[in-house]
Unconditional design. Structure first.
Length: 124
């Protein structure tokens, strides 16, 4: 067995778990971006399906959709950052769990949920 700094004590399972976590964040960010695109284009879809439908979105669907796409993109960047940091931490056996990123993303997702809820209330 090598010294703690050379990564020899790190198990392949640690690296694979890190990769699975990264891929889960990638899927989540892609989903958020896709949903944001749908929200942004929702008014166009409604207008094409029902031309006589009143416009009640107050133009919010585009803004909310763009915000969701940007949030998904930022989530992807953060996932990549965490992935690469965790590789180094696993190699050096200095890994400690972090709650900061997860808490920030949870608060951001809750803010998006509030915005979507307000949008739905305003457009009903």
């Amino acid at each position: 067995m090598g010294s703690p700094g050379d990564g020899a004590g790190s198990d392949a399972r640690d690296y694979l778990a890190n990769e699975r976590t990264y891929l889960a964040w990638v899927r989540t960010s892609i989903t958020l971006m896709g949903l944001g695109f749908v929200v942004a284009k929702f008014e166009i879809v409604v207008k094409s399906l029902v031309p006589s439908a009143p416009t009640t979105s107050l133009g919010l669907s585009s803004a909310v959709g763009v915000a969701m796409v940007l949030a998904g993109g930022l989530m992807q960047l953060q996932a990549l950052r965490a992935y690469t940091l965790n590789i180094e931490r696993i190699k050096t056996r200095t890994y400690t769990p972090s709650r900061g990123v997860e808490s920030t993303i949870a608060v951001a997702m809750f803010a998006i949920a509030l915005i979507l809820a307000a949008y739905l209330i305003l457009t009903v």
